[in-house]
Design a protein around this ligand. Structure first.
Ligand code: NAD
Length: 333
């Protein structure tokens, strides 16, 4: 496939408009159109990007016959829109989370397989260069045995989000990242949740994830904080790494007494302050990296970095956290 891939975007609200912009910047992609049910959104994007907008996404798919489509409508509509694209054998990138219900996610994964289509999901933090570097450091054993990962994702409540709570909307980012970095299945979860501002769903999560390999994942996620925080702290025998997702900075606090090659936490002889290293991160827009990875997966007919199965796993854990919060008990995953 040497010619340009024909791309379309369905849903050009807060997130979808960035997909429009990013596709337009890609030399090997031609943005052939977009769809949005809202006339004001349509007009704004048409004027800014000089691309034809459709009110009806069926018409967009029928007339423009794209090769690839981003689905960025609200989460509750992901399945119906993605099914229309996949049933026409169009490769799909769905914004995260893949769906609200596991059954919907499973149906989409099965349809993509049947149609031999790439199904990528927009867990965008996987494409954050600071996370890519952290994964390299972990794989190289620089942190020694990891015992805890602590994700903080907080900010003011975005009033437009009415279809899902903070666990599906925000925590799915961190659940996916923790699973990816831990390299292990989650055994069980516990959570306390609160509903303060959102009319129907939880807007605060204090969660715990216990991985089968012994790592503890801590999730502090809410829509109640006046400042935007997007931070991950990973602690191991070799020290502590703090990633700021927004600035894409990675700081490594070394354990001054760590051995070069320890096998388990038992042989840590002591903890002391070591060097503090601000690692060099090659900064890059995560969305552009995500779309490049999607396009490459389509061209090379291989799985994308974040698959439908990955997102389904995040969804299952998210559902378990919601249940744990409602029932105040540990839930097996
Ligand atoms: N990856 C990220 O960091 C990130 C960030 C924000 C949102 N998202 C995800 O993106 C999705 C959209 O969220 P958003 O914040 O952009 O929402 P939004 O409400 O700002 O935008 C959704 C758009 O979809 C349009 N729409 C709804 N139904 C439609 C239909 N049937 N046909 C055509 N258009 C339709 C709406 O008119 C609206 O413009 C959600 O799944 C959300 O979880 C991901």
């Amino acid at each position: 496939m040497n010619e340009k891939l024909r791309a379309a975007v369905i849903g050009v609200g807060v997130m979808g408009q960035h997909h429009v912009r990013a596709y337009r910047e890609m030399p090997d992609v031609e943005l052939v159109g977009f769809a949005d049910a809202d006339e004001a959104n349509r007009t704004a994007i048409e004027q800014r990007h000089h691309v034809r907008g459709y009110a009806d996404y069926h018409q967009l798919l029928d007339e423009q016959r794209p090769d690839i489509v981003t689905v960025a409508v609200p989460t509750v509509f992901h399945r119906e829109v993605a099914e229309e694209a996949l049933s026409r054998s169009i490769h799909v990138l769905i914004e995260k989370p893949i769906a609200e219900l596991e059954a919907d996610a499973q149906a989409l994964i099965a349809l993509a397989k049947e149609r031999h289509c790439v199904l990528a999901v927009g867990h965008i933090e996987r494409h954050n260069p600071a996370i890519k570097l952290l994964k390299t450091l972990l794989d190289a054993g620089r942190l020694g045995p990891v015992y805890e990962m602590h994700a903080e994702r907080m900010g003011p409540f975005p009033a437009r989000i009415r279809d899902v709570g903070v666990i599906y909307d925000l925590a799915t980012h961190d659940i996916d990242i923790l699973c990816y970095l831990a390299g292990s299945k989650v055994a069980h979860v516990y959570a306390e949740t609160q509903q303060n501002i959102h009319s129907t769903r939880e807007d605060m999560l204090s969660g715990l994830m216990r991985f089968e390999n012994g790592i503890t994942g801590v999730l502090q996620i809410n829509w109640l904080t006046p400042a935007k925080v997007r931070r991950l702290t990973v602690r191991g025998g070799g020290g502590m790494v703090v990633v700021d997702y927004i600035t894409q900075d990675l700081t490594f606090y070394e354990n001054g007494q760590a051995l070069d090659n320890f096998q388990s936490l038992q042989i840590i002889r002591g903890i002391s302050e070591g060097r503090v290293i601000r690692e060099k991160v090659e900064k890059r827009e995560p969305l552009r990296a995500e779309l490049d990875n999607f396009v490459q997966a389509v061209r090379e007919q291989r799985p994308p970095l974040v698959t439908g199965e990955d997102s389904l796993q995040a969804l299952r854990i998210a559902a378990a956290l919601i249940q744990a919060g409602q029932e105040h008990r540990m839930i097996e995953v």
